[in-house]
Design a protein. Sequence first.
Length: 383
Amino acid sequence: MSSHTPPQLSTGEVLYLFAVSLPLATAAYLYDFACRTYAAWSEGRLDGKTTKRNLATSSGSLMTLFTLRQLQYIMRQTSGDGVRAFAKKNNLALRSVPLTDADTDGFGPATLHLLALPNEGSSNGSGLTLLYFHGGAFVIPLGNPGPAHTIAQHMGARQLAVLEYSLAPAAKYPTQLAQAVAALRHLVTAKGIAFHNIAVSGDSAGGNITLALLAHLQSPHPRIRPLPVPAGQRLRGALVISARTRNEPTRLSHTENESKDMLSKASMALIAGAWKPVPGEVWAAPDIGDKAFWEGLPVEHVLLAAGADEIYRDDIIHTAEMMGAVNVSECASQKKKSEPIVELIVCPGEVHAQSIVDLGMGIKDGIMANAALRWADELKESA
């Protein structure tokens, strides 16, 4: 069951794509990259790391220069293709589990890919599973699960579970949440994995799915079956990277960081138009949840990460505050308490999903990436 079927373009659409859209997008990408490179050079911070980051950040403008049909036609690889290629390249055992329409409460089939990790027999962290939801604005498939694999390795996890969820616009909200709930239910009921041996993580749209899943545990979506949390148990952790927590671009960071980030107000509108979130629902916009809603969250250690230069920054900060988060530097005292640890880190000079970019490109000293790996290391130590 693949995440999507690439659209078939007419001859006229193909000609327009290669004769008009692709040249315009290439020119826009090169111009954006040149501007970012010049700005870094003029500020005296142009180096290999900055150049690599600019190559990735400049690609964000492409989302609004192609139609969704064109974008998904170009990206013909499915999320499952990406997982299978990664497993083969790294000699990892892979088992793909179909989640049926019955599993997802009628929201369509999905696939849960289970990658066995070489630390399966280790004495520390050997029981942990990382359930990962990829980013891509709900419309772009997963290209490479490498960053999630790195985080799972730091956890000492025995397996990495990657959900191949259905993509918009063919599959609209709350399809992805229903499929995520089905994935977690499969791990708990079919695989017999205890809640406290599961951690969840996601970036961007996947961060939204992660928070929506936690919101579902707090208060079930009316169209999706509840997933009861066993008494006395909590998920081991939740890593929430650059999550989309709000669907209206009304905060300062949406304007202040538009020229710095890979996302923009235009791309936010494009995502909403394809995904069709229901206004006023906390599972679509976790930012709506107040402190009372998030009280008693059944997760041991939550980390929310935002780039200081990303447009979602202020949304993530507000969501984290509602969840009772403290700054990473202030967390030492909270770790002595029995209640869940909820941390927030805002990373200076970094943009949307910077940790995923850095881990994918081999950049070793990113602030957000290091925070994510520290979170993973701490989960391993607590095993």
